[in-house]
Design a protein around this ligand. Structure first.
Ligand code: G3I
Length: 304
């Protein structure tokens, strides 16, 4: 096929992008979005600070804009993110203990209920494990409410929106290392105890310091073998030209080689849309032209 989304759909997968609601009025952006992608992830609009700016008062306008566009264009939506230590509203940052736990549970319930039936996959919990060799949880206000906060978030999301796939999402878990081993142990434990988890998201933010790992496919496969889908959720790769293009192709080939890798999302459309301020990590240049990385990604999706 001739677009990213249609090519991915030919193997039963999606190819998505992060979307910012305020950019939907940019016609270059909107045209690429409608043509190339069959899944969207709101880049910031579903985060806690955006959806519950004051406690108990919910604000869904920007996120609804993206969900409605997806509905009109037949695209899937990845919900991002119900529980995360970052991008919390200041009122939540000031809570702890039972008050914070109850606020988190209410937040998950309200947001998942608002979008009930409309989300393909939710990032229920984002970035809860520590970096480095320790293999432990990240210290955060949510973690300090008790080690069971992650499973409580998953059970709460399942109760609110039983049809959505529920994912754990993280970065620097793309290869086998202490952090991904710790996530692996959690997923294994959740599966053994019947805690509802359906998917694991691998953010896949790659650059010179943190390149595409040689064991990327093997790592995706070992998680899939636990009985969860695996998804590449925030892909971007610093660089340019042939080297960047072949890294994107390698990511696509790894996903296609894993039956339960059911979708890939890039973290933005044009280089100028990237969170990496001065980088060029995406598939379209700042003017919306297709880069070599685009062509390599499309070819790989089509089996080339
Ligand atoms: O909306 C305000 C605006 O009113 C204000 O004038 C402006 C001034 O800085 O900030 C705007 O908010 C920014 C927001 O992006 C929207 O542009 C925030 O400061 C900024 O922190 C926020 O950054 C986002 C970041 O997550 C927040 O943690 C990035 O866009 C977004 O790409 C990034 O995405 C994360 C994923 O959620 C999780 N994984 C890592 C990934 C990259 O960091």
């Amino acid at each position: 096929a001739t677009t990213l989304g249609a090519s991915a759909a030919a193997t039963g997968r999606y190819f998505g992008t992060a979307v910012a609601a305020y950019k939907l009025s940019d016609s270059t952006y909107a045209n690429i979005l409608s043509t190339e992608f069959n899944s969207v992830t709101p880049e910031n609009e579903m985060k806690w600070d955006a959806t519950e700016p004051s406690q108990g008062t919910f604000s869904f306008g920007s996120a609804d804009q993206i969900v409605n566009l997806a509905k009109n264009q037949g695209k899937k939506v990845r919900g991002h993110a119900l529980a995360w230590h970052q991008q919390q509203p200041s009122w939540a940052q000031n809570l702890s203990g039972t008050a914070l736990r109850n606020a988190m549970v209410n937040h998950v319930t309200q947001v998942a209920t608002h979008y009930k039936g409309q989300i393909d996959s939710w990032d229920v919990v984002n970035e809860a494990f520590a970096d480095g060799g320790g293999g432990g949880r990240r210290d955060s206000n949510l973690q300090r409410t008790g080690n069971d906060w992650i499973e409580v978030a998953f059970r709460t999301a399942r109760a609110a929106d039983p049809a959505a796939k529920l994912c754990y999402n993280d970065y620097n878990t793309d290869g086998q290392n202490a952090k991904s081993n710790a996530v692996y142990a959690m997923v294994q434990d959740f599966k053994a105890r019947g805690v509802p988890i359906d998917c694991v998201g691998f953010q896949s933010h790659f650059n010179a310091q943190s390149p595409l790992p040689a064991d990327y496919q093997a790592n995706l496969q070992r998680f899939a073998d636990l009985g969860v889908d695996v998804q590449i959720t925030e892909l971007d790769i610093e660089g340019s030209g042939t080297a960047q293009a072949s890294s994107f192709a390698a990511v696509v080939r790894a996903c296609l080689a894993v039956t339960r890798c059911n979708g890939i999302t890039v973290w933005g459309i044009r280089d100028s849309d990237s969170w990496r301020a001065s980088g060029t990590p995406l598939l379209f240049d700042g003017s919306g032209n297709k880069k070599a990385a685009y062509t390599a990604t499309l070819d790989a999706l089509n089996g080339g």
